[in-house]
Design a protein around this ligand. Structure first.
Ligand code: SF4
Length: 485
């Protein structure tokens, strides 16, 4: 049987399709961030159905769902998750809505726009329903409206927007051929041998990456900065390691630095570039980092779908190069943390001196969103924004490059590259983990047990330790850059 989700997997990769049907047990368990995405998708889907008065078949098992679908369709009412099985093809649309002379398919997604995979999703469903004899008039994607700003009670009608994608769906050709091809792949005795490709990480990261990409060396050509599809051409021609990329293969200046470092196993340093960055720093320095979470369904007033909510900051203040630091931190407890976050930040951010952040757009955007919500803080926020200096610059500009960065310049890669220290061994070692853990202890996560007092205490300690390292790490990096020049 080919379901819609398997069809979409088949479009991504025949090997993944074969494995999900024939060797599902070998697929690693989904990561917590994926589980959150699935849980949010389910919640959004359920919320969308409250806008229709219909028959809900979502909780039924496979057989009951098919049997009840047949009966429900006769009632000419909207049906949620109407399951149709025809010629080994199975489709179950989120909402099937009766219209003059037929049905409209409405697929609910937790994204904020139509994506190419949504067109394929609907085209498969339309194909299956029509094969079973239903007349499909139009296809809609019902997705979150990124213009909606919550004010008071959640306005479910305004939270969603429906986009008519019938013509895009009808433009999809060769569905039948693709289905036949996929059925053939599923029926094969052995997993198809396949080269890795540019869809392994797009539109989402394949769970089989560690297995399929395992043959590549650590410093492999996929890590050449922004080389894109050309890196797969190198792999096809048998060139896996950056050091082996031939001289005649054209690289841009940053990629050239990577190749030079890979061959010499040495660090690249552009002292003039680093000096030009350090000149921008005005002591005392305020090293600042925010942690936030975001949810598809905005939990508080003033938020759009997926707006970020800051719940924690860490601040290290240093008066002179290599001098001692004072540390300040804030971690919200429960409820809407935004006002308290801003009040506490204003108390400790001083009036002059550079505010050093890593990847400034995140902190600047969060500050400006808070100023919009609390206008009495707007002039203070603008003066703070004008003091921001972005520590990512020397690394994004490749003024400093260590091969262990593997073509990346995030703080998690730069800290060990410059100082030899890292986040290894910490309970929380990434921003996405910090948001998840915070959400667990404040809002709960559907796949985890309720956090106990002990859990809350432990997670809060871990959060404080993690965010503190983000800003302390920046202090060490800047001190090291001074030493280098
Ligand atoms: S990692 Fe790539 S090649 Fe391997 S199964 Fe996934 S998509 Fe296919």
């Amino acid at each position: 049987m080919l379901t819609k989700s398997k069809y979409l997997i088949g479009l991504k990769c025949p090997k993944y399709l074969w494995v999900i049907v024939n060797a599902k047990h070998t697929i690693p368990e989904a990561e917590d961030s994926d589980k959150l995405r699935f849980a949010e998708g389910t919640a959004v889907g359920k919320l969308a159905t409250t806008l229709f008065s219909g028959i809900d078949l979502s909780e039924l098992d496979f057989k009951d769902n098919i049997a009840k679908t047949e009966k429900s369709l006769k009632l000419k009412k909207p049906v949620f998750e109407a399951g149709i099985l025809v010629d080994d093809l199975f489709s179950r649309a989120d909402i099937l809505k009766p219209v003059e002379g037929g049905w409209d398919i409405i697929e609910v997604k937790s994204g904020t726009k139509v994506k190419p995979e949504n067109i394929h999703d609907l085209s498969f469903q339309k194909f299956v329903y029509e094969k079973a004899g239903l007349k499909i008039r139009k296809c809609f994607l019902m997705h979150l409206n990124n213009e909606y700003v919550r004010k008071g009670r959640l306005d479910v009608k305004k939270l969603f927007t429906q986009t008519d994608i019938t013509s895009e769906v009808e433009d999809v050709v060769d569905i039948e051929d693709r289905i036949e091809l996929m059925k053939g792949i599923i029926a094969k005795k052995a997993c198809p041998k396949l080269q890795i490709h540019d869809k392994c990480e797009h539109p989402y990261k394949c769970p089989l990456m560690s297995e399929c990409h395992g043959f590549l060396p650590t410093d492999n050509v996929l890590k050449l900065y922004r080389l894109g599809k050309k890196s797969f051409k190198l792999i096809e021609s048998g060139i896996y390691a950056i050091k082996d990329v031939p001289d005649e293969f054209k690289l841009n200046s940053n990629q050239e630095i990577q190749r030079k470092c890979a061959r010499s196993n040495k660090i690249h340093v552009d002292k003039a570039g680093i000096k030009s960055f350090l000149k921008k720093l005005k002591y005392p320095l305020y090293y600042l980092d925010f942690e936030s979470f975001n949810l598809a369904i905005p939990p508080y007033d003033g938020l759009k779908p997926y707006s970020q909510v800051c719940f924690q900051f860490s601040l290290h203040v240093q008066d002179k190069v290599d001098g001692p630091c004072k540390h300040y931190s804030f971690l919200a407890s429960t409820g809407d943390p935004r006002k308290e976050f801003l009040v506490e930040l204003k108390k400790v951010l001083g009036a002059k001196g550079s505010i050093v952040v890593f990847n400034q757009s995140f902190e600047i955007n969060r500050l400006r969103e808070l100023a919009e919500l609390f206008p009495s803080y707007s002039s203070w926020v603008e003066s703070a924004v004008n003091r921001v200096v972005d520590l990512i610059v020397p690394f994004r500009s490749f003024f400093y490059y260590n091969p262990i960065q593997e073509g990346k310049y995030s703080l998690k890669k730069v800290l060990p590259a410059v100082t030899g220290k890292s986040y290894e061994g910490m309970e929380i070692s990434a921003g996405s983990d910090a948001s998840l853990e915070y959400m667990w202890i404040t809002h709960g996560l559907p796949w985890r047990k309720k956090a106990t007092e002990k859990d809350i205490k432990r997670v809060r300690e871990n959060l404080l330790e993690y965010c503190c390292l983000d800003t302390e790490g920046m202090v060490w990096i800047v001190d090291e850059l001074w030493r280098i020049v």
